[in-house]
Write a protein that binds this ligand. Structure first.
Ligand code: HEC
Ligand code: HEC
Length: 319
């Protein structure tokens, strides 16, 4: 069954939750606090100039803010930096889905010579040499810090990165006044005429699957690189539309700067370079484009508050 919200909560409880600060509800565990610290730690890159957050910037929706990010040695990467929020339910990571878990994924950028360029053993040595990490890891029962402990902590932190309820969640939860007339028209385009929900479905508006919408090129064939099956030529992982704002530019190569440019592409995609495009052009009028944008705006909620992680880390290392 497709779930349209991860915030399905009875009215009374909802009212209570909306009145309390998120930090007060969600207790940050010691492992998550360690993961938070590692995520922002530049010592995890060879030249000590890059952390995960250098590319996954919290104020850019945990993306890079540019079509392509540069790595620790100033090399331009091959793909746009995707967000790291709302990945709890994901089975596949990276635009081509080549990693199967967050812990497995995290090793990629640390060791990749174009990204952070640090051998994993050296990462373990550096983290183990830091008395604060030694104190912190002892709290979670790890006396000898190893690769697994580091990657698991980063993954544990990422698993907590969830964005807050949106007006669309309110609507799904039964508040029929949550959307304006224009947003209602946009919703209908999203689910019917535009058929966006064919792929952008589920709690985060992404099906965790791969599709060819006509964006593949000879230099990036998407999921095909992993599957080596013609069916996947030019197919990329459907990105989540929940909290798309701040995450511009869009697509695996960051080719579109604005949400309107993306929609114009769906209306008039031009020729497909590789593989078979799964969808036909969607004939939307200028007014319908605006209605759809208005609806997409409603899918944005609050970004995670990082202050509780800092507080939890401070408590952890003060012991
Ligand atoms: C130099 C920039 C850069 C750094 C540093 C970096 N990333 Fe990334 N990250 C990327 C890019 C680019 C991709 C997409 C690559 C691809 O799909 O082939 C990505 C993908 C991801 C994904 C997959 C998201 C999804 O939806 O599939 C996660 C999770 C992630 N990074 C977490 C991290 C973590 C954790 C660190 C630190 C250990 C990190 N990244 C460091 C640029 C970076
Ligand atoms: C057949 C599946 C499919 C349909 C239908 C579809 N999309 Fe997408 N969408 C994708 C895929 C796959 C990507 C990523 C392509 C890439 O990165 O090159 C994407 C990317 C996007 C992005 C960029 C998000 C980001 O983080 O980069 C937006 C916005 C978007 N789609 C909105 C829509 C809207 C609005 C509709 C309906 C008019 C729609 N999509 C219909 C599969 C689909």
């Amino acid at each position: 069954m497709t779930t349209w919200t991860k915030y399905f909560i009875p009215g009374a409880v909802a009212a209570l939750l909306l009145c309390s600060p998120i930090g007060a509800i969600a207790q940050v565990t010691p492992e998550e606090a360690i993961g938070w610290h590692l995520f922002f730690d530049k010592n995890l890159s060879g030249p000590r100039n890059f952390s995960c957050a250098t590319c996954h910037l919290p104020d850019k929706g945990y993306e890079g803010g540019e079509p392509l990010s540069k790595g620790a040695h100033d090399d331009l990467l091959g793909r746009n930096t995707p967000t790291v929020v709302n990945l709890q339910e994901n089975e596949f990571f990276f635009w081509d889905g080549r990693a199967g878990s967050l812990a497995e994924q995290a090793k990629g950028p640390i060791t990749n010579p174009n990204e952070m360029d640090l051998a994993i053993d050296e990462a373990v040595t550096r983290v183990s040499a830091d008395p604060l990490y030694r104190t912190a890891f002892k709290e979670v029962g790890v006396d000898d810090i190893d690769e697994e402990a580091i990657l698991d902590a980063i993954a544990a932190f990422e698993m907590t990165l969830e964005t807050g309820p949106t007006r669309f969640d309110q609507w799904v939860n039964g508040d029929s006044n949550a959307l304006t007339e224009q947003e209602e028209r946009g919703r209908s385009i999203f689910f019917t005429k535009g058929d966006c929900a064919l792929c952008h479905n589920g709690a985060n508006f992404a099906d965790d699957d791969f599709h060819n919408i006509g964006t593949g090129t000879d230099s990036d064939r998407g999921r095909y690189e992993i599957e080596k099956d013609e069916y996947y030529l030019g197919a990329f992982k459907t990105p989540a539309l929940r909290n798309w704002k701040l995450r511009e530019p869009f697509m695996h190569d960051g080719r579109f700067r604005t949400i309107r440019e993306v929609i114009h592409f769906y209306v008039n995609p031009g020729p497909t370079k590789i593989g078979k495009r799964e969808i036909d052009p969607i004939p939307l009028t200028a007014e319908e484009v605006e209605d759809l944008v208005a609806f997409l705006e409603v899918l944005n909620g609050d970004w995670p508050d990082l202050a509780p992680y800092q507080a939890a880390w401070n408590r952890l290392v003060a012991q």
